[in-house]
Every structure is written in structure tokens, then in C-alpha cells.
Design a protein around this ligand. Structure first.
Ligand code: NDP
Length: 316
């Protein structure tokens, strides 16, 4: 058996809307893409229930079903989808080297990074339990806010995302309790003004979630003032967590440029990174939009960029 590492034209790291969309475009352009699915095949959407805001699904689709659809579509055009986890990369030479599960070395002309990000959670047992059963705990107001139309909700967080989500929810819900753990927001002044000018958002400073009540769905949130220790039961049906996201980009530290939170940087009008032939798509590089449809769009862009780059090098 030869020990020469496999050489591919296009390697896609990570699955999810960005990765699968990149795969569909790359496969149709005859780049014969190989996709390494990563630790959570299908990505964040496999942990959600109903997805109602992805164009083309008039009746909605569950996150896992939608990811199966995208995967099947990628496979239909002969994307080689492999389970496994990329554990090391070396982008320093003319060919990009990638190791899967610490042992299998693959060489690639182009690499599309679509490793995604994950929402941060408070870590309370009832929060995680209700999240996992689709019982009213979520980290995406734009995705799930609609289900809480006409109902009261709690939103946790004090950054720009939290302010944006609170004002979004306030358009749907009669009352939004916003729990801020310190005595001030972290968000920009403009975002804070929006919150302050929205009468149905009640901001509770120095306040944290002590527990989430409800067996099968959220029935109330037990909030605690961390200064006075006073507890307050908030009668709500939804708990929105907006305390930040963590991009899955550890792997690329030292190889690619990233911001202080770990989001990968790319050229202003392209998905290209500072390493020729390495492109990035989806939430690993996006801290602003973070939607399945924007991810899918950037996956398409990355595949087109990869194809054009290969053509310019005379490799395709
Ligand atoms: P941030 O990291 O900016 O803020 C996270 C917030 O969550 C902080 O206020 C933090 O509190 C709070 N928090 C963290 N852990 C807990 C906890 N366990 N319990 C309670 N609260 C907690 O994340 P964002 O997602 O808001 O923003 C990320 C980046 O994206 C920022 O750079 C932001 O500016 C940018 N962004 C820009 C937007 C825009 O321009 N339209 C929209 C959305 C995001 P504390 O302050 O106490 O640490």
C-alpha cells in the first residue's frame, strides 16, 4: 500500500448550510470535493426544531431534515462526504495539508473552511434539558421568535446581539424581560438606545437566571438579583439566550488571521483568506448575520472563489 497522501482539488472542512452549499457548487463545477463532516454533522441546525425562515420551504422544515436534504443534494452531485474530524492543518507550503482524526493526511489544492460556530449557554440543567427537547429555550430570536408571538419572554445578555434580539422580540411579544448580569450594557450606545426606547422591554440589571421552570416547556424563569439576592418569578413561555457565540476556529490559530473572538478574516469582497487557495464560509467568519441562508450564500461564494482561483492557477 502506498503511503502517499491522497491529493484532492477541493477539501471542505465542516458540514452545515455553508459546507453543503459549497459542496453542491464545487461538485457541479467538477472540483470533486471531499467534505470532512466534523464532530456535529449538519452543524448547529441539527440541534434546532422547526426552521421557518429558510427560503424554499413554505411549510417549514426541521433543522435535522433540512440538513439531510442539503447533504443528499451534495451527495447527488458526487461530493465525497466523510465522517471524521480535522485535527491539524498546515497551510505553510504550496499544497495545503490537512490531518483527519489525527492520522489520515490529505493534500488539497483548495480548502473551504465551514466549521461554524456554537452558541454559548448558561449551563443550567433545566435550561439545557428544555433546549434539547425544543421546550422553549433557544439562542436565536430571528429563528424562533415567531413561535412566541403574543407571549412574554425572557432574554439574557447585554451585548449587541442581545439588544438586537430584544428589540426584534419586542415587535412580537407583549413583554420582553432583558436580564443583564452587570449594572451596565456591553452593547454599543446606539443599540442600547434602541432598547431604552422600546417600552415593552423591561431591563433588569444585576440579574441572572437562577432556574428555568417547566416540565415539557418553559412556564417561568426564576431570576435572581446578584446584589440583593432577591428572587423574582417571571411568568414567560420562552427563554432566549444571547450571551455570545464561539466560532470553531481553534484549529487555524497561527495559520489564518482572526479577530479577538476567533472569527476568521477574509478579503473584503471575497471569501479568500491571506493564504492563497484557502477560503472561508459561514459562521466561522460571520458574527453579524449568522443565518442558515446567509451561511449557504457564503458557501456558494467560497466554491465559486475556489473554482476561479484554481482556473487562474491552471489547475482546473
Ligand atoms: P458579546 O460577547 O459582545 O456579549 C455577550 C454578552 O453576554 C455580554 O454582555 C456578557 O455580559 C453576556 N454574558 C456572557 N456570559 C453570560 C452569562 N453566563 N450570563 C449572563 N450574561 C452573560 O456577544 P454578542 O453576540 O452580543 O456580540 C459579538 C460580537 O458581534 C460583538 O463584537 C458585537 O459588537 C458584534 N455584533 C454586532 C452587531 C451589529 O453591529 N449589528 C449585531 C450583533 C453582534 P458582560 O457584559 O457582563 O460580560
Amino acid at each position: 500500500m502506498s503511503n502517499t497522501p491522497e491529493h484532492v482539488k477541493c477539501l471542505i472542512i465542516g458540514s452545515g448550510p455553508a459546507g453543503y452549499s459549497a459542496a453542491i457548487y464545487a461538485a457541479r463545477a467538477d472540483l470533486k470535493p471531499v467534505m470532512i463532516e466534523g464532530p456535529l454533522p449538519g452543524g448547529q441546525l441539527t440541534q434546532t426544531t422547526e426552521v421557518d425562515n429558510y427560503p424554499g420551504y413554505p411549510n417549514g422544515r426541521t433543522g435535522p431534515d433540512m440538513m439531510n436534504d442539503l447533504r443528499e443534494q451534495a451527495v447527488r452531485f458526487e461530493t465525497d462526504v466523510r465522517s471524521g474530524w480535522v485535527t491539524k492543518v498546515d497551510f505553510t507550503g504550496p499544497v495545503h495539508k490537512v490531518w483527519v482524526d489525527e492520522k489520515t493526511e490529505i493534500h488539497a489544492d483548495t480548502v473551504i473552511i465551514s466549521t461554524g460556530a456554537s452558541a454559548k449557554w448558561l449551563g443550567l440543567p433545566n435550561e439545557i434539558r428544555l433546549r434539547d427537547i425544543g421546550g422553549g429555550v433557544t439562542a436565536c430570536a430571528v429563528c424562533d421568535g415567531f413561535f412566541y408571538k403574543g407571549q412574554n419572554v425572557v432574554l439574557v445578555g447585554a451585548g449587541d446581539s442581545a439588544c438586537e434580539e430584544a428589540t426584534y422580540l419586542a415587535k412580537l411579544c407583549p413583554k420582553v424581560y432583558m436580564l443583564v448580569r452587570k449594572d451596565a450594557f456591553r452593547a454599543s450606545k446606539a443599540m442600547v438606545h434602541r432598547v431604552e426606547n422600546t417600552p415593552n422591554i423591561e431591563v433588569l440589571f444585576n440579574t441572572e437566571v437562577k432556574d428555568v421552570l417547566g416540565e415539557h416547556a418553559v412556564e417561568a424563569v426564576l431570576a435572581i438579583n446578584n446584589k440583593t439576592k432577591e428572587e423574582r418569578k417571571l411568568n414567560v413561555t420562552g427563554l432566549f439566550i444571547a450571551i455570545g457565540h464561539k466560532p470553531a476556529t481553534e484549529l487555524f490559530k497561527g495559520m489564518l488571521d482572526m479577530d479577538e473572538a476567533g472569527y476568521l478574516k477574509h478579503d473584503a469582497d471575497r471569501t479568500s483568506t491571506k493564504i492563497p487557495g484557502v477560503f472561508v464560509a459561514g459562521d466561522a467568519a460571520d458574527k453579524v448575520y449568522r443565518q442558515a441562508v446567509t451561511s449557504a450564500g457564503s458557501g456558494c461564494m467560497a466554491a465559486l472563489d475556489a473554482e476561479r482561483w484554481l482556473a487562474a492557477q491552471g489547475k482546473h
